[in-house]
Design a protein around this ligand. Structure first.
Ligand code: MF3
Ligand code: ZN
Length: 721
């Protein structure tokens, strides 16, 4: 997607629209879109129309353990994984009309070269130094292990299988040293010792005063959550942080001047280098334009502003770490007489989008893939719902019911309807855009004033990155427009006073022109369609904001209008909405029942037997997300002697933990490696303090329990139907 050229130079500051780099370890889901991808696209489109040169860059975050874990799970190389998901992300973005000036990846030579330069410069300025620390070491593999590759018993809740970074059972964060009986996850059973290893540290503590000054000078216009997260970090006192890891997948540590040490088995920590991507991508973009210095307009012009869009879990990396890196780098640049780089001007962080209360998350398998939604619904419909329901100030819920009603009642019922009825009525009864009424016409005055007021209000919202209220303001104008059409009754007046009817239609067509301009940032496809139906030339996306108030092409012959939006079909909704996603009552398996009975039949029987009819439709059956899953590990439940805690690989749904009453019937060894039938969309339940995220199916005759296995070899995640 090649976005339009910037609006004419207006003296307004150039804007860098920087977007948090999604990890290339899974498909994009709606949580990414609502949280960090759609808001910047709306913003950059709006800012271009408002006269800024706004450039949007990002790319795939390709390094770090999230990628390595995925590669390991899929039996692929990290390079294969990131190439696949980088392409998937680009395709999802294209289908959503999210247009980056550059969407690259952290695997480029350009990125590596600049990250190494920044690393060395920060070191030269005295903000990076080496320290020796103890790290977990796999004695068989003869290598250091990332924290989460170490497993052992949790010192707090005594659950076996806790990871070196966190215990999933009690939720406490851990250091690998705290684990009892640490073993390697790479070589199951291989003992882990702790050996000295040298790492580079970023001296954040030394930057505390600079960062406090930066935040005090800048945070005035930040959102409350951005300020709060940042202030809390500062209040706790900044800690020096290790910024290298014992890994070889990543940006290599550059040769250190004056040192002969070999760091070839280490690389730069993913968070240190990924945030540098905002700069490296800007440089790559400029090179791609054939104007290699062009990036400096966004980085070294003190008037230029950087807006960083991200989800709230990323805030401190963008308000502390990245500004800290830039401050340190700038000290080196100042010494060399190079111009200083701009620190973030605003960091509009969004809260989370929840799917019926569950956080969108790849690792939990909770989420709605962008592609599956776009296979059924218009991108503008998805963009509308995510805008009107944007988690800007607080978490928001995606519910399928609400999606359906917001799209059908507002987008189709108000906005689409107004455009369609005005255009089709005019086409049928006049055939062309009628002449403008005199300026004194009261109806025209009213419409003209409303157009101007909406443009002003939306402008203020957009300039201050309040995108949800901006969308609301636009929809309210469309609702108002329908009321005016109702008042004007052109279908009656066309017979009694054609001049008056045509005058009113002209005013209403002007309203549609204004709406097409105002909706352009939010609903780019529909906006352009409305623009062209009015006979306007070029693309609405190349217009200035003031085009909303420009005159119409009176006399332009109208074509039959096409609907901008289609109503959502409840059947399509039902196909995507699992039981967890609707508010309909569902047979809720009592957690105790689910725990003691491994099979679906016995779990559902008490709730379902009396109430439900004896047959169900195929659609009802298909609401159960049945998958094949491979049993990865089996551990005793820490607090219940009949229960196991199983870890399952469910392919694209990731890893799931399930509590099952199988202990009396199977040894762990009998279960590990089996490919079993699994209900993936059962509401999660806490079973004696351990979360169960689904159910393994089994048959039983009251005595013997038999887990259902696939008769042929199929990959984990395969659908059962
Ligand atoms: N990949 C990270 C995430 O998904 C975000 C990285 S933002 C960057 O949480 F700036 F560091 F790239
Ligand atoms: Zn624990």
């Amino acid at each position: 997607v090649s976005p339009p050229a910037p609006a004419a130079q207006t003296g307004k500051p150039p804007l860098l629209v920087a977007v948090a780099w999604p990890y290339a370890n899974g498909p994009l889901h709606l949580g990414h879109v609502a949280g960090s991808l759609l808001p910047p696209d709306i913003f950059r489109r709006a800012m271009r129309m408002r006269g800024h040169d706004a450039r949007m860059v990002s790319g795939s975050d390709c390094h770090g353990t999230p990628i390595l874990l995925k590669a390991e799970k899929e039996g692929k190389t990290p390079a294969e994984v990131v190439a696949f998901y980088n392409a998937e992300h680009k395709e999802s973005l294209r289908r959503l009309s999210i247009g980056f000036d550059l969407f690259t990846a952290t695997t480029t030579d350009n990125h590596r070269k600049w990250v190494q330069e920044i690393f060395l410069a920060c070191r030269e300025a005295g903000y990076i130094e080496t320290r020796t620390q103890k790290a977990p070491y796999d004695e068989k593999a003869k290598r250091f292990l990332p924290d989460r590759y170490v497993e052992g018993t949790c010192p707090h809740c005594k659950t076996p299988g806790a990871r070196g970074d966190q215990c999933d059972s009690c939720g406490k964060t851990l250091d690998p040293q705290e684990l009892v009986g640490p073993v390697s996850k790479l070589n199951p059973g291989s003992p882990v010792t702790f050996r000295d290893t040298e790492h580079f540290f970023f001296l954040l503590s030394k930057l505390q005063p600079d960062l406090e000054r930066y935040v005090a000078a800048t945070a005035g216009h930040w959102r409350a959550n951005t300020i709060n997260f940042t202030q809390n970090w500062l209040k706790d006192g900044l800690q020096d942080r290790a910024i290298t890891r014992d890994l070889t997948w990543g940006v290599p540590i550059p040769a250190i001047p004056g040192s002969a040490k070999d760091y070839s088995d280490k690389c730069i920590y993913v968070w240190f280098e990924a945030v540098c991507g905002y700069l490296t991508a800007s440089i790559e973009w400029a090179q791609g334009q054939g104007k290699p210095e062009e990036w400096t307009r966004f980085w070294t012009d003190p008037k230029a502003r950087g807006y960083y869009f991200l989800g709230k879990d990323n805030i401190p990396f963008h308000t502390i770490i990245w500004p800290g890196i830039l401050i340190a780098y700038n000290k080196a640049r100042a010494k060399r007489g190079q111009p200083l780089l701009n620190l973030p001007y605003d960091v509009p962080a969004n809260e989370f989008l929840n799917l019926s209360g569950l956080k969108f998350s790849k690792s939990q398998g909770v989420g709605i893939g962008v592609q599956e939604v776009l296979d059924r619904f218009q991108a503008d419909a998805v963009r509308y719902y995510l805008s009107i329901n944007m988690p800007e100030q607080k978490d928001a819920d995606w519910t399928w019911e609400d999606f359906q009603s917001k799209v059908n009642d507002e987008l189709v019922g108000a906005l689409g309807n107004l455009v369609h009825r005005v255009l089709s009525f005019t086409k049928q009864n006049v055939g062309a855009i009628p002449a403008a009424p005199p300026a004194s016409d009261p109806f025209d005055r009213k419409v003209t004033d409303a157009i101007a007021a909406c443009g002003d209000d939306m402008g203020l919202h957009l300039d201050s990155v309040q995108l949800r209220p901006g969308m609301r303001r636009l929809m309210d104008l469309a609702i108002q427009g329908n009321a005016w059409m109702q008042d004007a009754k052109p279908w009656a007046t066309i017979k009694t006073d054609r001049t008056a009817a045509e005058a009113n239609l002209h005013s209403l067509l002007r309203l549609i022109k204004a709406l097409s301009v105002y909706m352009a940032p939010y609903l780019p496809t529909a906006a352009d369609q409305a623009w062209r139906m009015l006979g306007e030339s070029g693309s609405v996306h190349d217009q200035p904001w003031s085009a909303a108030q420009a005159p119409l092409q009176a006399g332009h012959k109208l074509d039959d209008p096409k609907a901008l939006f289609v109503k959502l079909d409840p059947a399509d909704i039902a196909k995507l909405a699992g039981p967890a996603a609707t508010n309909e009552p569902q047979p809720a398996p009592s957690s105790q029942k689910q725990a003691s009975a491994p099979s679906a039949g016995s779990a559902a029987a008490p709730a379902g037997a009396a109430a439900s009819p004896t047959t169900i439709t195929i659609d009802e059956f298909q609401r159960v997300n049945l998958r094949l899953a491979v049993v990865k590990s089996v551990d005793a439940h820490p607090k219940a002697d009949k229960l196991y805690v199983l870890k399952l690989d469910v392919g694209d749904l990731g890893e799931r933990q399930v509590v099952a009453g199988l202990k009396a019937h199977y040894t762990p060894a009998e279960l590990v490696g089996k490919t079993v039938a699994f209900v993936a969309n059962l509401q999660p339940a806490m079973l004696r303090g351990v979360e169960s995220q689904g159910m393994v199916l089994a048959g039983d005759d009251g005595t013997v329990v038999s887990v259902l296995e696939a008769a042929r070899r199929l990959p984990p995640g395969s659908r059962i139907r």
